[in-house]
Design a protein around this ligand. Sequence first.
Ligand SMILES: Cc1cc2nc3c(=O)[nH]c(=O)nc-3n(C[C@H](O)[C@H](O)[C@H](O)COP(=O)(O)O)c2cc1C
Length: 185
Amino acid sequence: MEVLIIHGSPRKGQHTDKALEAFMLHAEDIQHHVYLYDDKIEYCKGCLYCGKKGICFIDDDMKKLYDLFESVDKIVFGTPMYFNSVSSAAKVMIDRTQVYWSRKYEMGAGITVKKEKKGAFILTAGVKHDEESIVAATKVAEIFFKAINCTYDVEIILDHIDKNPMTSEDSRLLGISEKGSRFFS
Ligand SMILES: Cc1cc2nc3c(=O)[nH]c(=O)nc-3n(C[C@H](O)[C@H](O)[C@H](O)COP(=O)(O)O)c2cc1C
């Protein structure tokens, strides 16, 4: 079993990474960690090249992710909430998966990521949220997972985190580890 962990925060070891670490605590799977703020991933130019050729013309670190989307069994995607959505680097990466929608709708090629996967989405947010105010972020995650043939299996929202940062003994981390353990069993 192989799992891809997408780290969508620029702040290593902070809220999002802590949550990801807790979620992965009992995972024995082979782990591929991608730190979006370390990688060089260009934003989508909207050039529609992918609608004609079925691939993106940009030669950068996104290639590694395109390969992993074809091979891993599970994806854990963690991001801080930025302006009610995902982080900028996460959004840039997600826009580049437009290549799969282009293949499907421009080229009529259907779902071209053959590997079916399960996905977990972890969102950390500074202030308190309700259903309505997290929907921009969760809908982005949902359509991203759909593009890469990944079932949206687990959703973890850690809100009001800035005033209540997690300590190592935090009960919230325990809850996340339990969800991770179920996801990987
Ligand atoms: C640019 C920016 C935008 C943010 N926008 C929001 C927001 O819209 N809603 C919110 O609840 N928190 C917002 N926050 C707070 C972060 O979501 C929160 O601190 C998050 O847990 C940070 O995760 P990290 O510690 O992994 O970086 C924002 C923070 C930054 C830096």
